[in-house]
Ligand binder design. Structure first.
Ligand SMILES: CC(C)(COP(=O)(O)OP(=O)(O)OC[C@H]1O[C@@H](n2cnc3c(N)ncnc32)[C@H](O)[C@@H]1OP(=O)(O)O)[C@@H](O)C(=O)NCCC(=O)NCCS
Length: 205
């Protein structure tokens, strides 16, 4: 059975992290929830230092404290072949532990991505379930999520974890086409309890 866990990025993950980035580049996919990894492609060690700063930071109007995780899938076939426990980096998630005005408006508490070759397998629902457990440990009761109305994968992920739509509004990011942004709220404790029977069994220790 496949098992999943969120892990804090470390130096041992360098090769797989760069491979993750490269897959998004090759597939020309949007990338989200990576805690700025895409800006540190040439300086992985510098990115690890940045993540340390993210965790310790006081919130201000530009930056807030945040955690970034890799979603790792335990790969049973590879483990068997190599005779070691092998994991594959299938997704990433960025959790904002406080919100400033900008994040209330656009971004919310959580941003995520799943690598193109691993999409449509339900992995982002697992990603969000695990992140909600982390959010709960940080004492956040209601997770605010924002989502482009036409990003069906993200919208369905949020709804699948109990997200209730709060409102929607038109927006246009610099140079982008106009779109519609939706805000959702997730009652964190309710979601963690309700979805534990589905996702609990596939969470790795
Ligand atoms: C959005 C994204 C994270 C979804 O990841 P994923 O692993 O494919 O999502 P899941 O497999 O867990 O699917 C969740 C639900 O969305 C549906 N879904 C996923 N992608 C879909 C798509 N392109 N079209 C229609 N439905 C889709 C799934 O069928 C599933 O629905 P269900 O609950 O009815 O079964 C992924 O497409 C991605 O990384 N996109 C680029 C980054 C991004 O847009 N991030 C979100 C903004 S913060």
């Amino acid at each position: 059975m496949e098992k999943f866990r969120l892990v804090r990025p470390q130096i041992i993950h360098k090769e797989m992290a760069l491979d993750y980035l490269e897959e998004f580049r090759k597939k020309q996919s949007e990338i989200h929830g990576v805690g700025g990894l895409d800006r540190f492609a040439d300086d992985y060690e510098g990115w690890l230092e940045k993540l340390e700063e993210d965790r310790r930071r006081e919130a201000n109007e530009e930056l807030v404290p945040a955690e970034t995780f890799f979603l790792m899938k335990h790969d049973a076939a590879l483990s068997h072949r190599l005779q070691v426990d092998a994991e594959r980096l299938v997704g990433m998630i960025n959790i904002r532990l406080k919100l400033n005005d900008a994040l209330w408006y656009h971004g919310g508490h959580i941003g995520y991505s799943i690598r193109p070759s691993e999409r449509r397998k339900g992995y982002n629902k697992i990603n969000l379930y695990l992140a909600l457990n982390c959010v709960m440990m940080h004492g956040i009761e209601m997770a605010l999520m924002s989502c482009d109305k036409f990003n069906i994968g993200s919208q369905k992920t949020i709804r699948a974890l109990g997200g209730k739509q709060l409102h929607e509004y038109s927006y246009r990011e610099d140079g982008n086409r106009p779109s519609i942004m939706q805000h959702y709220g997730i009652d964190v404790a309710e979601a963690v309890t309700k979805y534990a029977p589905i996702y609990g069994p596939i969470v790795a220790d």
